[in-house]
Design a binder for this molecule. Structure first.
Ligand SMILES: [Zn+2]
Length: 152
């Protein structure tokens, strides 16, 4: 708790008193619900809560995690974790595994949800990270020869 924070503010809903404390909020996606502990201003008289900065980000992350679980794909955090385990930059991962140079930036920020096929591929590679080297070698071999062999 930051010492500079005001201890209470006025509730925008009911004009009651809101207190700066930890509480349990929840996120919802397609009928599924997940609770998340957040520090923010909680109204003493109604259900209203006001969050800022870090808490807003944590709530967003909780939502993305729930959505990924419901859709049975990897969450942004898991995508980032697997990519790092494979030793790939975001750009290289996109080039190697598909989706274009910015795809992993989008997956990991939550801007775009990772697909089921990409989830399958990442899960396979996570179990055997050394196989990424085969893909990297194939990528390196490809370049100038492809255009010649396909033209015949
Ligand atoms: Zn209120």
């Amino acid at each position: 708790m930051a010492p500079t924070k005001k201890k209470t503010i006025c509730c925008p809903e009911c004009h009651g008193t809101m207190v700066w404390r930890a509480g349990t909020d929840s996120v919802e996606y397609r009928g599924h619900r997940k609770s998340v502990r957040l520090i923010g201003y909680w109204c003493q008289d109604c259900a209203e809560a006001v969050f800022e900065g870090d808490a807003l980000q944590r709530k967003e992350a909780a939502f993305l995690e729930l959505r990924a679980a419901v859709e049975q794909v990897l969450s942004p955090q898991r995508v980032a974790g697997i990519r790092k385990k494979l030793g790939l930059s975001q750009r290289k991962a996109g080039e190697l595994l598909g989706g274009g140079p910015r795809s992993f930036q989008k997956y990991e920020s939550g801007e775009q949800q990772v697909s089921v096929p990409m989830t399958n591929l990442l899960r396979l590679l996570e179990r055997d990270p050394r196989r990424v080297r085969e893909l990297l070698a194939a990528l390196a071999r490809r370049s100038p020869y492809d255009s010649q062999s396909t033209s015949s």
